[in-house]
Write a protein that binds this ligand. Structure first.
Ligand SMILES: [Mn+2]
Length: 318
């Protein structure tokens, strides 16, 4: 880490322009990792950075600190200079979306990620597959480097950790809780972050509840398949977490597949395993993610994707 951080330090110091981005449709970890690192670079290197995203940022992230700092990539002129690009929480290249054209012009690319990935985009990789969130990696870098930070940065980091650990449920290492403890002692209010994240539009909750009500169960009720069709999809803000959370409470259920018809023949698939992995099924569908929470975007009809998913789960449910 120290050697890599030295390179990071040199590259940022020498950079004429710095661009930051994460995966398309950023979640709390992706968005907050970008904003926290942007703030840290501006404070500690005295450099303005440009943050961009593709897709949609959910309404419940509207009030995170520095939210206005990140711009939709199409609003950024194509000829904007990019000397160093930093790509966070992206998983696979395809997930980056629009900002890729800016990254491809960078003379140096740094990645900071916690996804398993054999096809990396970074010339410098500050990756840690054991990290619960990318904001956890940012925290570690910040402390290692002795950077100055404020409570806004800590709040962003905590928001990323809460998002990616499902409110600390997926924490695997005590070090995460020790970071959390330090941040609480430094004034971060967990309750207000969780309250803000639970603030979704009414139409989203009603759409998600309807999807739960129409869920089908397979293989001795071990697999739940919920659907949000293209008509309902426009009401969705976020990934359908309420569907996944509610179904995940059903006694005896092992797996959840949520199929979202983003447009005709483009299905966003979210997979969850309560105690058994789903990442391999996601990669069979051309996606990826984490052991118990993974997903893919499949270019096919809703019916065909459902058949494929039933087939894939048939092999793992004995
Ligand atoms: Mn993440």
């Amino acid at each position: 880490m120290i050697k890599q951080m030295k390179i990071f330090d040199e590259k940022i110091r020498a950079a004429k322009s710095v661009v930051l981005c994460a995966h398309k449709n950023p979640d709390g970890d992706a968005l907050c990792a970008v904003l926290a690192l942007a703030q840290l670079i501006e404070t500690n290197y005295g450099k303005e950075v440009l943050c961009m995203y593709d897709g949609n940022i959910p309404d419940n992230l509207d009030n995170v600190p520095m939210r206005k700092k990140i711009k939709f990539f199409e609003h950024i002129p194509d000829n904007t200079p990019v000397d160093v690009a930093i790509v966070l929480d992206y998983g696979i290249k395809r997930n980056i979306g629009g900002p890729r054209k800016f990254i491809e012009r960078a003379s140096f690319v740094i990645e900071i990620d916690h996804h398993i990935n054999d096809d990396k985009i970074g010339m410098l990789c500050l990756d840690d597959e054991s990290a619960a969130s990318v904001t956890e990696i940012i925290y570690k870098i910040m402390i290692t480097m002795g950077w100055k930070y404020d409570t806004a940065v800590l709040r962003l980091i905590m928001t990323g950790i809460i998002t990616d650990t499902g409110c600390f449920k997926y924490v695997k290492h005590g070090r995460v809780m020790r970071m959390v403890a330090d941040m609480v002692d430094n004034g971060v209010d967990i309750q207000s972050i969780i309250n803000e994240l639970a603030n979704k539009p009414r139409k989203t909750i009603l759409t998600e509840a309807a999807s739960v009500g129409a869920t089908e169960f397979f293989y001795g009720n071990k697999l739940a398949v919920a659907i949000i069709d293209s008509r309902q999809y426009k009401n969705l803000d976020g990934r359908g977490e309420t569907v996944l959370n509610l179904l995940g409470q059903i006694h005896g259920l092992e797996y959840i597949a949520l199929l979202k018809e983003q447009k005709p023949n483009q299905i966003g698939v979210s997979l969850r395993g309560r105690s058994k992995p789903v990442d391999e099924i996601a990669s069979e569908l051309g996606g990826g993610g984490h052991e118990f929470a993974a997903g893919a975007i499949v270019q096919d009809s809703l019916e065909n994707v459902k058949v494929r998913i039933l087939d894939l789960f048939k092999k793992v449910i004995k």
